[in-house]
Ligand binder design. Structure first.
Ligand code: NIG
Ligand code: MN
Ligand code: MN
Length: 319
């Protein structure tokens, strides 16, 4: 498949313990079109594509995001009990600015990973990763299983796709697809910045029945209310897809994105939310979007993303 790039060993380097104490020493390379895994586990797949960002008039560079995160992850210690349950399956790329083909290719691979009984960990790339990712999740699920989306983001990404898809349209596209299939659109956004979403986006959110938590309420001082919001969401859905847009973090933590958020959220509330989502027992898949190394400082954003990944890797119960 022309969009698929097999994994590269060169990305996985670091200190040597000699006995698998670092992630680069225990990751397996999984060429999705040639082999299957011997042991199910976490399967990392990059979405090396910033065509959606370009179309959305953003700053390109997220094409380099997945490899930058993998390089940082390689150097981190292996969580206890991970064993040989971590695989790098390479990247999906975009050819000739054909964003739709990249999303389609991503969906195919997500379905394959889930059908192997593994847990997909996807790395972007523009937030258009979400449309491909979600399409793959739906292809794996039974038609009677429901899936809800939790997006930690400064933005709704509910822009109209009347003039084509981009990094600001994925959840609107998902809503339309679900509508066609007569399925419910269950979408909770946490971290929405009032100053980063025009009125039309709040209007679309209301029309589509989207729940959201403004950024001013998304902090550790408000966990009682946030817990209620999450529990209510979990009650209404069989499975959860968690997507984390790195531009939702304050640019103090996450400068390497297209649309930086000086007033964004902090890592502690994201880890708290991830814990609740994992504890729900409903998490099916996760992605991190919008890592843009061209605007990063000291690899801070890629390191933040690798730290979030590491948090997930400590939860073997996910597969
Ligand atoms: N994926 C990002 N979407 C945002 C970008 C905002 C910006 O470029 O300032 C959006 O379209 O709203
Ligand atoms: Mn965003
Ligand atoms: Mn986004």
């Amino acid at each position: 498949m022309k969009n698929y790039h097999p994994p590269e060993r060169d990305l996985w380097q670091g200190r040597s313990s000699g006995n698998g104490q670092y992630l680069h020493e225990c990751v397996g390379l999984l060429e999705l079109e040639r082999s299957t895994i011997q042991e199910k586990g976490f399967v990392i797949l990059g979405y090396a594509c910033d065509e959606g960002v370009r179309r959305n008039q953003g700053r390109t560079g997220a094409i380099e995001g997945p490899d930058a995160i993998k390089r940082e992850l390689a150097r981190l210690p292996s969580p206890p009990h991970l064993g040989s349950s971590l695989w790098d399956a390479g990247n999906i790329g975009c050819v000739d600015q054909d964003l739709e083909a990249a999303q389609h290719a991503l969906a195919e691979k997500v379905k394959d990973i889930l059908n192997m009984g593994s847990f997909p960990l996807l790395l972007g790339g523009g937030h258009d990763i979400a449309f491909g990712h979600f399409t793959g999740l739906c292809a794996h699920l039974q038609s009677n299983e429901s899936i809800g989306i939790i997006n930690l983001d400064a933005h709704f990404d509910l822009r109209s796709c009347a003039n084509g898809a981009n990094s600001g349209t994925p959840f609107y596209q998902i809503a339309r697809e679900l509508q066609k299939q007569d399925r419910k659109f269950q979408y909770l956004c946490m971290g929405i910045r009032e100053e980063a979403n025009a009125k039309m986006l709040f209007d679309t959110a209301r029309e589509l029945g989207v729940s959201y938590v403004p950024n001013s309420d998304f902090h550790l001082g408000n966990t009682n209310a946030l817990q209620k919001e999450l529990d209510n969401f979990f009650e209404q859905t069989d499975k959860v897809y968690l997507t984390i847009d790195l531009d939702g973090f304050s640019s103090a933590y996450s400068p390497g994105v297209s649309a930086a958020s000086p007033f964004g959220f902090s890592p502690d509330i994201v880890l708290w939310t991830m814990k609740q989502v994992i504890n729900s027992g409903k998490l099916l898949s996760l992605d991190l979007a919008e890592c843009n190394p061209r605007f990063d400082r000291d690899g801070q954003t890629a390191k933040l993303a690798a730290g979030l990944m590491h948090y997930v890797l400590r939860h073997n119960e996910l597969f």
